[in-house]
Design a protein. Sequence first.
Length: 144
Amino acid sequence: MNPYTIFSEIIAGTAPASKVYEDDDVLAFMDIRPVTPGHVLVVPKRAATSLAELDPDLGGRLFQVGQKIAQALRDSEVAADGVNFFLADGVTAGQEIFHVHLHVIPRTPGDGFGLRARPTSPARADLDYLAGSLRGALDRANRT
């Protein structure tokens, strides 16, 4: 997959962005297609197309900066009552730009944004089976 994205240009300073935060590893800027006013994207400066490619320490840094942005959204004129974090990993999950990025979405009453899912109620045996499968995958990953 082509590592070029618009985020590469924003990080390089060759595309415009309304920057909120920047350090050596991470850049945060306003989303140009916000789902609510104040919607911010937090991106690693070192591109990774997926979570599997993202350095775990850098992933942790994304969330640390996201926490700071969340507090700023509460303390600023945005006056958020709550905050959602969203990170899409893969086409099926809704990822459109293949440079890992964390959405920090401020929430206010009646803002119209929300998850539209239908939770299920699986049997405990099904949950146990899937938990075992996940533990096995984690064990295999830890051996490599």
